[in-house]
Design a protein around this ligand. Structure first.
Ligand SMILES: Nc1ncnc2c1ncn2[C@@H]1O[C@H](COP(=O)(O)OP(=O)(O)OP(=O)(O)O)[C@@H](O)[C@H]1O
Length: 269
């Protein structure tokens, strides 16, 4: 497959597990070189959908395409070079340094697992550390890092993979507000086709070019944040009583939380 950053497409993807339908005929497009946010309540299927993109689970029906290629047909090594996944809990028990973890990202580019790192590999690691803003952490051990530093280390590993597509599951989990903004800036500046499961609606509105809303395994809305994020949708999908206003500086939607719909109904009763 060609090595630009292709769009990702889900076509009628369904998947069941434990006797329940988890993904129910999901179709959408994550445009090439754009930041797509997957939003929806807990358990709506965001991680499962990302897992079908990353080939960690195989849909029972439907298919996922990278550009024109169904992901199921892409050679394993080619796929490992093309798609990087940042999982929600990418913990490692191993006693590795930041540099060693980031080096894991270049493995799919080597001739074989046992081959030593080449100069190009070393350059890729150095570049990835710089791009993730953690050059100074290079020789630190994983166990000594803060949550934000760990997240950036995993991002650097993904960058070192030189992927065309970046899949992120809750990338700002455990990050303070400015660390979250910093990480999302790093991702956006990379200019790759990116799909990120996100819980923070204001961050999603700020950073995403495209939003896909999941509810009980189905896509219930898709489009630009200003089209998708409405008070009605937030009430329907999240049971939220919220105001949605244009951000005074950016014009992007801004969600002001008032409470839950049930609390609002109770106070009116
Ligand atoms: N392997 C599995 N076996 C059985 N049920 C599963 C499996 N994987 C996921 N589920 C269920 O599928 C539903 C969707 O889970 P998923 O993790 O995809 O949702 P999510 O939107 O990412 O949730 P969260 O926001 O809480 O991370 C949940 O009810 C979950 O319990």
């Amino acid at each position: 497959m060609s090595h630009h950053s292709p769009e990702i497409r889900a076509e009628n993807v369904s998947w069941s597990a434990g006797g329940a339908t988890i993904l129910d005929g999901v179709s959408f497009r994550a445009p090439s070189r754009r930041f797509t946010g997957l939003i929806g309540p807990n358990g709506s299927g965001k991680t499962s959908l990302l897992s079908t993109f990353a080939r960690l689970i195989r849909p029972d029906s439907g298919r996922v395409l990278l550009g024109d290629d169904p992901v199921a047909t892409i050679h394993r090594r080619e796929f490992a070079r093309t798609v990087a996944l940042l999982e929600q809990h990418s913990a490692t028990e191993l006693e590795l340094t930041v540099e060693q973890i980031v080096e894991l990202g270049v493995i799919p580019h080597r001739g074989g697992w046992a081959r030593p790192a080449s100069v190009t590999d070393r350059d890729a690691v150095t570049e990835a550390l710089a791009a993730a803003g953690i050059t100074t952490l290079r020789y630190r051990f994983w166990h000594s890092l803060s949550g934000g530093e760990r997240q950036k280390t995993q991002l650097a590993r993904a960058f070192a993979q030189r992927p065309c597509v970046l899949l992120l599951d809750e990338p700002t989990n455990h990050l303070d507000v400015s660390a979250a903004l910093e990480l999302l800036d790093l991702v956006r500046n990379r200019g790759l086709t990116t799909v990120a499961a996100m819980h923070d609606l204001n961050l999603a509105a700020m950073y995403c070019d495209h939003l896909v809303v999941l509810q009980r395994g189905r896509v219930v809305a898709e489009g630009a944040p200003e089209v998708v994020l409405t008070a009605e949708l937030l009430a329907d999908v999240y049971g939220l009583d919220a105001l949605v206003q244009p951000h005074p500086r950016t014009g992007r939607p801004m969600v002001v939380l008032c409470g839950t719909v049930t609390a609002a109904e109770r106070s009116r009763a």
